[in-house]
Design a protein around this ligand. Structure first.
Ligand code: NAP
Length: 490
């Protein structure tokens, strides 16, 4: 069993960001446990054709390590290359442990330490655990009759089967979310027939993704700080659009008008227009950015099917009107299981209570990072820290810095165990509920952001406010106790 001071779970932007913060602090003893054989999180897993970020590249890097990107919006391979580069630039290779699919994380109140157990039997003993497993890591599939019975190739967008040749095939796609609108146009370029099953229409804005000029790239490579102004401008734009989602009615109406005008400029057919017009408040689900979505839908060999799916059969999909659609390949663009957060990992806290039991009324965590009853257990990208606009890396950086500062503050006070106070958690929950009230997320649509009408996943205020709040590190919100072993070298 390996014994360390801090065990980080996950090697995406969050886990690596946490590792970098620990390196900057006095904590040298840490490991990054990764279930796969390489780093990258969501950007390692989502390799579907057309996968690229819908946040502008200038904002899609750590603030302290800008990158020279090739396009306005970076593609999956380029982001993954950046993440690999980060590992080397910050000397993290030696801290990585691959093939560690974590099954359980168990606290022992006598030793005040955690045992982190992997599916392969490996165990790590740590004083502190930081889980950074993301919110979008477990594919969700539709609950429909006959699921799994399709005899041809069938796969989820996050588990793309690149061995399946789609050229000349009849392809069925279920879902019209952020992933589907990126891969459908690519599929439609080669398939003989593409049918998309839509349950609700997305709001889509044009993306416009030009290459970054050689001159600009040279400037950015020579003077990395030259990106700062563009970064601030892009951030401010995200904050402005975000106001519409958070509650500003004028901006919300403007966003809706922009989305519909963009759709109507491409889609002329009145039936298809009707089908492409969302029946819910703009911003309730993620607003999508694309240049090829509607252009794909108007192609002759592409069909948008809005009848509900009744069942999946060995040969295709039957819709509620009794029609049967035959396919050679079926692709699920049906998103992720987002409401259970850290599951299927079992996290057992101080009193033997699991995180799942603690969250039986919906997940919540103080500042999105800490839960009473789980001493020295922190989360990055936890409950209420997802965004409707702007870059999630900004949130992850704030969280990693906050956790590292908390540990440092406690260490300076000679303390090694931190457990958030239930009173702090309650005030936090009240604040989240209050600010969620005006957001588009709880205006009535079905999305991966809410559970029983409660906003469990998103940060309901301006993004900059979260960073300001996370800069304020105060042990008063925590019950702080001594730890038998403050640091064990790796
Ligand atoms: P998603 O947004 O949750 O979309 C899932 C889609 O599947 C929805 O259209 C949903 O319909 C549909 N669906 C589910 N069950 C269905 C059923 N039984 N019948 C018909 N349709 C069904 O998932 P995603 O597209 O994978 O995106 C998830 C998140 O990943 C995004 O919100 C975003 O945060 C992130 N993402 C980001 C990027 C990026 O560029 N940065 C790219 C891809 C994904 P309903 O809408 O009616 O539920």
């Amino acid at each position: 069993m390996e014994t360390v001071d801090v065990a980080i779970i996950g090697s995406g932007f969050g886990g690596l960001g946490m590792a970098i913060e620990l390196k900057k602090s006095s904590t040298s003893s840490f490991v990054i446990l990764e279930r796969a054989q390489s780093v990258g999180g969501t950007w390692r897993e989502n390799t579907y054709p057309g996968a690229e970020c819908d946040v502008m590249s200038v904002l899609y890097s750590y603030s302290f390590y800008p990158n020279v990107w090739s396009k306005k919006y970076p593609a999956q391979a380029e982001i993954l290359a950046y993440i690999e580069d980060v590992v080397d630039a910050f000397g993290l290779r030696g801290n990585l442990r691959f093939d560690r699919d974590i099954e359980s994380v168990t606290y022992d109140d006598v030793s005040k330490r955690w045992t982190v157990r992997s599916a392969n039997g490996d165990e790590v003993n740590a004083r502190v655990v930081v889980s950074s497993v993301g919110q979008l890591n477990r594919p969700a599939y539709p609950h429909v009759d006959g699921f799994g019975s399709f005899a041809g190739p069938a796969f989820h967008s996050a588990l793309w089967d690149h061995n399946v040749d789609l050229v000349g095939k009849r392809v069925g796609v279920i879902g019209t979310g952020a992933s589907a609108i990126q891969f459908v146009p690519q599929v439609a370029k080669v398939a003989s027939q593409t049918t998309i099953f839509q349950r609700s229409a997305p709001y889509v804005l044009p993306k416009e993704n030009p290459a970054i000029s050689a001159r600009r790239k040279k400037l950015q490579g020579t003077f990395p700080q030259s990106q700062l102004f563009a970064r601030a401008k892009t951030f401010a734009l995200g904050e402005f659009l975000g106001l519409g989602i958070l509650g500003n009615k004028k901006i919300r109406q403007r966003l809706k008008a922009m989305c519909l005008a963009s759709m109507e400029s491409i889609v002329q057919d009145p039936v298809l227009r009707e089908q492409c017009t969302p029946d819910y408040e703009v911003g309730c689900k993620r607003i999508l950015f694309a240049d090829e979505w509607y252009q794909a839908l108007i192609k002759e060999h592409v069909a948008l099917e809005t009848q509900a799916i009744a069942s999946i059969t060995t040969t295709g999909v039957t819709t509620s009107d009794g029609a049967h659609h035959d396919f050679d390949v079926l692709i699920y663009g049906t998103g992720f299981q987002t409401l259970d957060f850290l599951q299927p990992m079992t996290v057992i806290g101080r009193d033997g209570v699991t995180l799942e039991e603690q969250w039986n009324n919906g997940a919540s965590a103080y500042r999105g990072v800490a839960v009473p009853g789980f001493p020295n257990f922190f989360m990055l990208y936890g409950p209420n820290t997802n965004l409707g606009s702007n870059s999630i890396i900004y949130m992850l950086e704030s969280q990693a810095r906050y956790v590292a500062s908390l540990l440092e503050k406690a260490r300076s006070a000679g303390q090694g165990v931190l457990e958030v106070r239930p009173t702090a958690q309650r005030s936090w929950d009240e604040m989240i509920a209050e600010f969620s009230g005006s957001t588009a997320w709880i205006s009535g649509c079905h999305s991966w952001y809410t559970s029983n009408g409660r906003n469990t996943n998103n940060w309901p205020r301006a993004t900059w406010r979260y960073q300001q709040m996370m800069k304020h590190v105060d042990l008063i919100d925590f019950d702080v106790r001594p730890s038998p072993a403050l640091e064990t070298s790796v």
